[in-house]
Design a protein around this ligand. Structure first.
Ligand code: AMP
Length: 462
């Protein structure tokens, strides 16, 4: 038994079973450092980003404290975005899968109030959500935090960046002082330090040395200094030269995202833009398509890329560098995960070279620069996804489960299991990834056939 085995922790048999079922054998560094403290009820401040296993680092801890016989909110997780809240809820549900009668409710904006109130009335042990909506519920007295035992602030730095400081303070003032407070943040600026000091009790700081240190080991960073009119040519050349299986292109504005996605599409690179102006359903669609291999390129603003959980991202491109070097490190940290070498390419025009200097200072090493002519061009290049996504107009609320969809497609519709990719179930709709060749057969069946005895409307997501 090594000290990174989960068996080194005092966990219940149900928790061990859930971890085994998930295939988690060893703790990730942030889990190994924080879980022993979290399980002792200590306050922890952890520097860890998405992809580090941070959700389980607080999730395993908070689940241990829940008493299912007490019908009140005992744990609250605050997240900056709806995508992250959904992702955290999913992971907590999986971690709790072998524990009986634990109820979790996700409360985010952009969703109708009524059903959330209904779920809360049925009793919730765990609430995960975004600060604005949670504060709304507290003010309407549809949510009480009097019995709270554990408070988690996930991606606390982003919540502050997004202007949630006041809402967070109001929410925290409604929780018992005796609570355990776990603060997770990718960065540790002054405002986080201050916040920790005001809401945590003798917290232990856990730092997983992966931000900068890890970045230079497994991420190849290159900066292309070009003229303003060469930005798009350089972008295309980067795809043609490096031929990544997938990529996220970061832009600084929403308008830029739309324009860049359009250019890529014109050049046969399948890309979707994602930013705050999209409706929730569209955002879900884009994130699902990217994560289930039916859209290889995402063009995103920083905020929109928050909830992204991609294990093998081949390349990150900065169409324009961010002003803040911290944001740069955060962006490029999305590639090169899980022992894979990542590529982080940045396009820089003369008026932005000062941003490179700031990144050099921040990373304490010189940045490697290259030029456009060094990139091989390929006029026949294209990038198409291996899968396509279909959307079914039924979801969790209609009690649809992945097994029902898989059963219908591999049973009556006659597909083989390998033609079907990730199945994602949302409240009112579901998405299924299919191999391109299997699309027609699946659509033909679903247009007339039934799933769980019901006809369900289906369409291909574009
Ligand atoms: P997170 O940083 O919480 O978003 O987690 C990143 C990914 O790692 C998620 O897909 C988790 O399911 C997965 N994960 C978390 N902990 C472990 C572990 N100990 N072993 C293997 N995978 C893990």
């Amino acid at each position: 038994m090594s000290n990174t085995d989960f068996s080194a922790l005092p966990l219940s048999p149900a928790q061990f079973e859930a971890l085994t079922a998930l295939g988690y054998e060893h703790m990730t560094p942030v889990q190994a450092q924080s879980l022993p403290l979290v399980l002792k009820g200590r306050d922890v401040i952890a520097r860890a980003r998405t992809g580090s296993g941070k959700t389980a680092a607080f999730g395993i801890g908070l689940l241990q404290t829940i008493n299912p016989r007490f019908f009140g909110v005992q744990a609250l997780v605050l997240c900056p975005t709806r995508e992250l809240a959904e992702q955290v809820s999913g992971e907590l549900r999986r971690l709790a899968s072998r524990m009986a009668n634990i109820k979790l409710v996700t409360l985010c904006g952009g969703k109708p109030f009524g059903p959330q109130v209904g779920s809360l009335e049925h009793g919730a042990h765990i609430v995960v959500g975004t600060p604005g909506r949670i504060l709304d519920h507290l003010q309407r007295k549809t949510l009480s935090l009097d019995g709270l035992k554990v408070l988690v602030l996930d991606e606390a730095d982003r919540m502050l960046d997004m202007g949630f400081a006041d809402s967070m303070e109001s929410i925290i003032s409604e929780t018992p002082k005796s609570r355990q407070t776990l603060l997770f943040s990718a960065t540790y600026p002054e405002n986080i330090r201050k916040m920790s000091a005001s809401i945590q009790r003798s917290p232990t700081m856990v730092t997983v040395d992966e931000d900068v240190g890890h970045a230079d080991e497994v991420i190849e960073q290159l900066f292309f200094e070009v003229q303003k009119h060469e930005r798009n040519t350089t972008l295309l050349a980067l795809f043609e030269h490096y031929r990544p299986a997938n990529a996220v292109v970061f832009c600084n504005t929403k308008k830029q995202c739309d324009e860049v996605a359009k250019i890529l599409q014109e050049y046969d690179i399948e890309a979707r833009a994602i930013h705050g102006d999209l409706e929730q359903r569209e955002r879900d669609q884009v994130l699902v398509q990217f994560s289930n291999n039916s859209c290889p390129v995402l063009v995103a603003t920083d905020v929109a890329a928050r909830g992204l959980d991609i294990k093998a991202l081949a390349m990150v491109i900065n169409y324009e560098l961010p002003r803040d070097p911290d944001v740069y490190v955060h962006r490029i940290g999305r590639t090169g995960r899980a022992g894979e070498t990542g590529l982080a390419m940045s396009i820089v025009i003369p008026s932005e070279t000062q941003r490179i200097r700031k990144i050099e200072e921040f990373q304490k090493q010189p940045c490697a620069c290259d030029t456009l002519p060094s990139l091989d061009r390929d006029p026949n290049y294209f990038l198409k996804a291996p899968m396509v996504t279909i959307q079914l107009d039924a979801g969790r609320k209609q009690k649809l489960r992945p097994g029902d969809i898989l059963g219908a497609l591999t049973g009556d519709a006659g597909l083989v299991g390998t033609q079907i990719g990730k199945i994602s179930i949302f409240d009112q709709w579901s998405f299924v990834a299919l191999e391109r060749d299997a699309l027609r057969q699946a659509m033909n069946y679903l247009a007339n056939g039934k799933i769980k005895g019901r006809s369900i409307r289906v369409r291909k997501v574009r």
